[in-house]
Design a protein. Sequence first.
Length: 391
Amino acid sequence: MEAFFKTHAYLVEHTQAPVRRALMDEINWNDRLIGIKGSRGVGKTTFLLQYAREHFSINDRKCLYINMNNFYFQGKSLFDFAGDFHRNGGQVLLIDQVYKLPEWAAELRKCYESYPGLKVVFTGSSVMRLKEENPELNGICTSYHLKGFSLREFINLRTGLSLSAYTLQDILDRHEMIAANILRQVQPQDHMRAYMKHGYYPFFLEQTNFSENLLKTMNMMVEVDILHIQQIELKYLNKLKKLLYLLAVAGPSAPNVSQLASDVQTSRATVMNYFKFLSDARLINMIYRKGELSAKKPARITLHNTNLLFAIFPRFNDEEMLQDTFFQQNLCSMHGVAAGDRSCGFYVDGKRFRLCNDEPHRFSGDVYYVRSGINKGHDKQIPLWLFGFLY
C-alpha cells in the first residue's frame, strides 16, 4: 500500500492540468460510484489527478489514485485492495483503466455494497457501455463522458484567458452579443487552423511529434479499445483499419455498405457492426436521417474530429470537409444531430442548419446559416467558430 501512496503523491504533485475541464463542475461528486468514459488521449488520467489535487492535500491518505495496469492486481483483487484502503481511513479511490481487470463491474458492485463510506471514481474507454453491458452497475453508477479540448479550452490555454462556455440555445438567441464580447478579448479565427490540426487532444502539449503520437493513439484505439473490449480476434484488425481509412477518404457522405464490405472482404452485417465500434471509440461520427433508428445505415459518416483528418492526410486542405467535421464534432455528443434535406444540411434538436462560406443568396426563415469566413454574424447567420464554445 505504501508504494501506491508514494506513486499517488508523486503524480499529483507533478501533474499540472493546463486547462480546468468543464466536466469537473458538471459531475455530482456526492455520488459514491462515478464512471468517466473517454477516448484514448483526451486526458482521463490527468482529470483524476486534478480532482485529487483540488480536493485533497498531496499526502492526504484519504484519497488514492491507482492504475489497473499495475501487475500487483494480478495477485490481489480490487475488492480486497479497496477494503484495505477503506479500513485504514481511505475515503476516495480513483481507479484508472478499470476495464483492464476481469470481472471489473462485479468487483465495483461488491465495493459499493460492502464499503458504504468509500467513494469510487473510475475511468474507462469510450468503447465501454457501462450499464448496457454490465447490469451489475445499474442503479448505482453515474457515468460521464470526457471529451477532447474544445476550441474555447484551446484558446484559453494559448492566451491565458477564462472565456466561458455557452449553451446552444444561448448561441442561437444571443450570438451577436456573445461574439462581440469574445471578440473584445481575442480573435478566435486566428486560432482555428491550429486547433483543427492539433488542438483536440491534450497531448499536443508534449514535446513530441503530435501527428506521430496521434497515429499511435488511433492504432491503440483500434487494437486495444475495440479488439480487447469487444473481444474481436486479432486477424480482423486490418479489416477495421482499412474500413476506417476508406471512410476517411470518402468524406462526409452516405456509406456504400455493400462496396465497403467488398473492399474489406467481409459481410454487410460485419461492416455495420464495425461502424458502431469505430463510433464508440470516437473515431467516427454517424449521422442518421431525421426520425430514423440508429439500427439503419447512417446517412453520413465523418471522422470524429478534425485532428484525425490531418493525422491521416497531413496536407489536408478540403475546407468544406473541415468545416463539416468541426461542426459535427461539437454538436454530436451533446445534441440530437440528424442529416438534413434539400433545404438544410443538418437538423440539430429539430432545428435546421446549413453550413456555407459566403452570404446566402436566398434565406429561409427557419434555417440557421453557419458561416466559416466571418467573425461576427447577424440575424440567423452565425460564425462557425462560435460552436467551439459549447463546452
